[in-house]
Every structure is written in C-alpha cells, then in structure tokens.
Design a protein around this ligand. Sequence first.
Ligand SMILES: [Zn+2]
Length: 164
Amino acid sequence: MSEPAYVLDSTAFYAGIPYQGSGRYYTTYLVIEEVKHHSVGSSLIHSRVQVTEPSAESLGKVKSTANRTGDSKGLSDTDVSLLALALDLSRADGGATLVSDDFAVRNVAELLEIRLAPTSLKGGDWKSITWKTYCRGCGKEYSNPKLTVCNVCGTPLARKASTA
Ligand SMILES: [Zn+2]
C-alpha cells in the first residue's frame, strides 16, 4: 500500500498543508510561481512538495474536457497544469487526490474521474470526496455528472459533496 498522494493548488499552500503525516505532495511549476513569495510556501517547497510537469497528453485531455463542459474560461493555465498532473498521477499506483476549492477545477476533475479534496481539511486528514448530482426541486439523485436538468421535474441540477 503506497502513501496517499496529493496534488496541491495555490490555495492549498495558503490554507496550509500538513507538515506531519505520510502523504506525498505534488504541484506544478506554475503554482510555485504563484506562491514563491509566500513565506509558508517557500519552506514547504524544499521539504515536502515535489514539483512536476504534467504530460502533454494529459494537458490536451484536460483542455478538450474543459472546452466540452464550458469551463475553459474559468480555468487558468495553472489550473490546467494541476488537472493534467493529477490525471497523470491518477493512472499511477495508488492514484492521487487533487486539493482545490476552485469550482471550475472541481467540475473538470469530476469528469476526468480525478479524486478531489477541499483545502479546508487539514492535518494530513484530507479525505477524498465525491460529488453527488441532485435536483433541488424534487430531490432525485443522479449518478451521471453530465446531466444538467432533472428528468422528473425539469429543475436545473445542483451538486453536493459526499465524503462516503
Ligand atoms: Zn426534479
């Protein structure tokens, strides 16, 4: 059993990532550019975080998925690089969890079947969360994340986090 792996966006650095624990932490050079003037960021970069570039194949897959969902305008180059890195690592042994609070990032990650965690969970206790799609009108739950409108009552669907 390998250690849990996390891919960190810049808000994860600002929120504070765990010093303790057995996790492996990854990020991209574009994130380091954003956080390098931040005092917490610079000390962690040298000790715990591996800075890795995503593959061109994964970058292309993230961009085409974001175009399909209409999220491409909400994603910065940094966001795209993180999603692509998480996609690369999710194919590796044990997979990886992407730590981000950004809505567009989470939306695209869900379609790419990348595990997600919010930055608000600290102390090495980040849990993977999944997103449930449900109807605000009648309460029906859907497993297909691509649906946007309820089949039963026509209300636009919403999402909620599930830590199950
Ligand atoms: Zn409904």
